[in-house]
Design a protein around this ligand. Structure first.
Ligand SMILES: Cc1cc2nc3c(=O)[nH]c(=O)nc-3n(C[C@H](O)[C@H](O)[C@H](O)COP(=O)(O)OP(=O)(O)OC[C@H]3O[C@@H](n4cnc5c(N)ncnc54)[C@H](O)[C@@H]3O)c2cc1C
Length: 241
């Protein structure tokens, strides 16, 4: 799990276009940064992107690193980022209009719970549909696509007046046939948590298979993960490599 902290800074459209060399209309600027000024052991990424008359500035920091370090705080990191000589000129004269923080899941497929049951379906972040490995952060695409899949399934269920678990199983099928679950299955083993790998490659492959099978059965993925962890031979653990 990571934490994202973001400021929305008002600069005005004219200043943004001039400062970022934009022509207005639909053009914009987006930058992603690896923060190198942090205390030992704390890893974080930064981002800055332009909106029409505001700039979004933020950082994403591993919660585990913060806990381990004990004396570094996400609100200090964003302050330091904003004052960095590379960033400060881009936001100079701006006024912070919004400040927010949000948890970012890094879990990938092993964070996905049971996705549907009698009368419900779970989509987006709530369903664990996010992927983050410290370099890439995705979630909006999965939230939109899973929302569409849930809506289509709900429309179908309404036309038959059947909202049972069996009827809503079509939601999981839609996700299995879309990039949502395909991506998460393909990326298994590449998430932040997996970068620390408890087991070698053999475990990841086995894990993927058991999770895929669990999703077909409608079983919570976490259960499958636990089963798979138990099945991971001791000699495959990273500490032994
Ligand atoms: C700092 C940061 C940077 C990110 N960068 C990217 C990126 O570059 N690319 C990308 O693809 N993804 C990115 N993400 C992830 C992306 O924002 C999420 O995956 C996506 O917004 C999930 O959409 P969602 O609709 O599932 O959930 P949310 O966007 O969290 O929406 C849930 C909504 O439900 C509301 N809500 C909660 N509880 C209740 C309640 N009880 N009653 C009524 N309403 C409620 C909340 O207020 C919220 O508005 C980033 C996330 C963070 C924090």
């Amino acid at each position: 799990m990571a934490i994202g902290v973001k400021e929305i800074i008002k600069l005005g459209e004219e200043k943004i276009n001039e400062r970022f060399n934009l022509r207005g209309g639909k053009s914009g600027f987006a930058g992603e940064y690896v923060l190198g000024f942090l205390p030992e052991g704390v890893k974080a990424g930064g981002f800055l992107y332009t909106n029409k008359d505001t700039v979004s500035l933020g950082v994403v920091v591993s919660m585990k690193d913060l806990r381990k370090n004990g004396s570094t705080y996400s609100f200090d990191i964003i302050e330091e980022f904003a004052e960095h000589p590379y960033i400060a000129p881009m936001i100079e004269g701006g006024k912070v209009e919004e400040y927010s923080a949000h948890l970012v899941q890094e879990g990938g497929i092993q964070g996905v719970p049971k996705l549907y049951g009698n009368g419900y379906m779970i989509a987006g972040d709530a369903a664990g549909f996010s992927f983050s490995n410290g370099l890439v952060l995705q979630g909006m695409n999965y939230a939109i696509a899973s929302g569409i899949a849930a809506a289509e399934t709900a429309i179908e269920a309404k036309s038959k007046n059947n909202f049972s678990e069996e009827a809503l199983a079509a939601y999981r099928e839609r996700l299995m046939n879309s990039f949502v679950l395909r991506d998460l299955l393909d990326f298994r083993g590449d998430t932040g948590r997996h970068l620390e790998r408890h087991c070698a490659q053999g475990h990841s492959q086995g894990h993927g298979r058991s999770v895929r099978a669990a999703l077909h059965r409608g079983q919570p993925a976490e259960e499958a993960h636990i089963q798979d962890r138990h099945g991971c031979p001791e000699q495959e653990r990273d500490e032994d490599l």
